[in-house]
Design a protein around this ligand. Structure first.
Ligand SMILES: NC(=O)c1ccc[n+]([C@@H]2O[C@H](COP(=O)([O-])OP(=O)(O)OC[C@H]3O[C@@H](n4cnc5c(N)ncnc54)[C@H](OP(=O)(O)O)[C@@H]3O)[C@@H](O)[C@H]2O)c1
Length: 251
């Protein structure tokens, strides 16, 4: 299927590994020029070499910590310049450290909110005016199924991502009339560095997932690219779980 986004330009953060990288790869394969962002420039350059753009699209990198709002401003300016515009934002970063209510100090909440909530608010403040001017935009945040079913040992992630989902749902209705869609994609368990950091034997988690497998980041990237497609223009304010059937709830 042609997603109808050849020539579009995407800023993808948290893109040197895992789900951000797979999304950048899937977009580039559809002819979208991409700028990959993460903190470590060497890892970024290595990751960018695995992105194979189609239809004359280009690949760029920019090192930034998205939890710093001034770095976000610089990043958006740099993406706008390198790509000639921004049509798509994939808002993503690493996850906060694990912990329970008892083990988590107050300061850790501030860091987690900066990383997994305020970073996306800052990015949206910068890219929404650009997208409004174009009359077209796609904003997709990578969150977690923990928004629907909080995960016991991830209190920081549960807290920050629920707030982000509320922010984006509100934004979605405000900008829908400008041709901009705002959605979140909620990963369940996917085989990435983050999963390996949280669980000693990630592959063994397959037995806990009805689909009988841990998620493949490439599949995740293709679904997220579809959310950015022309065909998905009527889909906004949606939170889409990708979890192999792990969630039990109806919503
Ligand atoms: N994989 C899963 O099963 C799963 C499940 C639920 C939710 N999630 C969430 O989905 C998101 C992506 O997960 P993943 O598995 O792809 O993680 P990952 O493999 O650890 O990748 C995280 C990416 O974000 C970058 N990053 C981290 N902190 C950053 C910062 N402050 N500024 C800019 N870039 C930053 C990392 O590069 P640098 O460290 O070099 O900056 C890396 O490129 C995370 O928030 C994760 O918690 C993942």
């Amino acid at each position: 299927m042609d997603l109808g986004i050849v020539g579009r330009r995407a800023l993808v953060t948290g893109a040197s590994s895992g789900l951000g990288l797979s999304t950048a790869r899937a977009l580039a394969a559809e002819g979208v020029s991409v700028m990959l962002v993460s903190r470590d420039v060497d890892r970024l350059v290595e990751a960018a070499a695995t992105v194979i753009p189609a239809h004359g699209a280009s690949v760029h990198v920019h090192a930034a910590d998205v939890s710093d709002p001034s770095a976000v401003s610089t990043m958006v300016r740099s993406a706008h310049e390198a790509l000639g515009g921004i049509d798509i934002l994939i808002a993503n970063a690493g996850g906060p450290p694990p912990g329970t209510f008892a083990s988590t100090p107050f300061d850790a909440y501030e860091a987690a909110l900066k990383l997994n909530l305020l970073s996306t608010v800052a990015m949206c403040r910068e890219v929404v005016p650009i997208m409004k001017e174009n009359g077209w935009g796609r904003i997709v945040a990578i969150t977690s199924t923990s928004v629907r079913e909080p995960i016991e040992h991830l209190i920081l992630s549960n807290t920050a991502r629920a707030g982000l989902t509320g922010f984006l749902k509100t934004l979605a209705r405000e900008v829908a009339g400008h041709g901009i869609t705002v959605n979140t994609v909620q990963p369940g368990l996917h085989l990435t560095g983050r999963l390996a950091a949280l669980y000693p034997d990630p592959a063994a988690l397959a037995s806990t997932i009805p689909a009988g497998m841990v998620g493949d980041p490439d599949d995740f990237g293709h679904v997220t690219a579809f959310v950015c497609s022309e065909h998905a223009r009527f889909m906004t304010g949606v939170s889409l779980p990708l979890d192999g059937g792990a969630l039990r709830g109806l919503q």
